[in-house]
Design a protein around this ligand. Structure first.
Ligand SMILES: C[S@@+](CC[C@H](N)C(=O)[O-])C[C@H]1O[C@@H](n2cnc3c(N)ncnc32)[C@H](O)[C@@H]1O
Length: 296
């Protein structure tokens, strides 16, 4: 027969196991939540890419750029919101989305007048069919899930709208090519044939950009940005811009006297002052020519 002492011991054991299990489960959940967003903010090269991509979108849309609405992934930094306001857009033309609650909160603190949604991008896209542009600045690879987001974005645009999407290149085991250009072009082929299958036509690709988000303390991954319109291919040759840190300084040289330079670089006056001084003292060399991709 079980004594009351044994019963108490068993009860305490069971309860402490439950508490332990709960702690382990909460820890895993917390780690998962933290892993959802490992974005560290823009490197200088990424700042150059962000500005050049939005300039490409603005040049394509012409006057519709200012009158349209633009959706992007916000992150805690809000680099896109900063660049767009630097290019002269009102905050009410921007829609920011992020599935990470912490990013949404800090973005909202920085840009309280921008509409922001805490949700998966594909869910947010469902509410729209007339956006002028969408920038899906993923840090993930070309994968089923990222391609599905891109396809969903094509349904949320107006007919002349532009989509830009960023992918990480080279971490996929089966596609780990050494040659950077080939590695990017392989992803471009996968991307374009996926969209061709789903849309029924090859999209009109406006530009490709590649870059490495290097910082002083670490090497970044190779990244690829594809900018396209959801209409049948018109351009025969698509420019491929390889962006590096000197493009960041070239942008500063080009825009040194722009009244919104701080917003265009998503940085504060002190930092921008230091960069401008550096560019005056050590002007960057002219840009080498980009290459043209004939994918067809
Ligand atoms: C590279 S950061 C975006 C940087 C941002 N465009 C900026 O202007 O600073 C990627 C962000 O997208 C978010 N994200 C990734 N996949 C998402 C998805 N499917 N739906 C919503 N947000 C997503 C991440 O939480 C992260 O904050």
């Amino acid at each position: 027969m079980t004594t009351s002492r044994e019963l108490i011991v068993r009860y305490v054991q069971q309860e402490s196991e439950k508490v332990l299990r709960r702690i382990v489960r909460d820890t895993i959940r917390e780690v998962r939540t933290n892993q959802r967003n490992n974005y560290k903010g823009d490197s200088k090269t990424k700042k150059a890419v962000r500005l050049n991509v939005w300039e490409c979108i603005r040049n394509t849309l012409g006057t519709k750029f200012e009158s349209g609405r633009h959706m992007f992934l916000c992150s805690c930094e809000g680099g896109d919101a900063s660049v767009l306001s630097g290019l002269g857009l009102d905050y009410d033309s921007m829609i920011a989305v992020d599935h990470d609650p912490k990013s949404v909160t800090s973005f909202h603190n920085k840009f309280p007048n921008v509409e922001v949604h805490k949700s998966d991008i594909s869910e947010a896209l469902l509410d729209h069919d007339d956006l002028s542009s969408i920038y899906l600045d993923f840090t993930s690879q070309v994968s089923d899930s990222s391609l599905k987001h891109v396809y969903n974005a094509t349904k949320a645009l107006n007919p002349n709208g532009v989509i830009a999407c960023t992918f990480s290149v080279g971490r996929e085991k089966e596609l780990n090519l050494n040659d950077n250009d080939n590695a990017c072009l392989t992803r471009v082929r996968i991307f374009e044939s996926y969209l061709k299958k789903r849309l029924g036509f090859k999209p009109n690709t406006l530009a490709y950009f590649s870059y490495k988000s290097d910082s002083d303390s670490r090497y970044g991954s190779l990244m690829l940005v594809i900018v396209f319109q959801v209409k049948p291919q018109k351009l025969k040759n698509t420019p491929f811009h390889k962006i590096d840190i000197y493009d960041f300084y070239r942008n500063i040289e080009r825009l040194m006297h722009h009244q919104n330079l701080c917003s265009l670089l998503n940085s504060n006056e002190t930092q921008v002052g230091i960069w401008c001084k550096r560019v005056r003292e050590y002007p960057p060399s002219p840009r080498r020519s980009d290459f043209i991709v004939r994918m067809r």
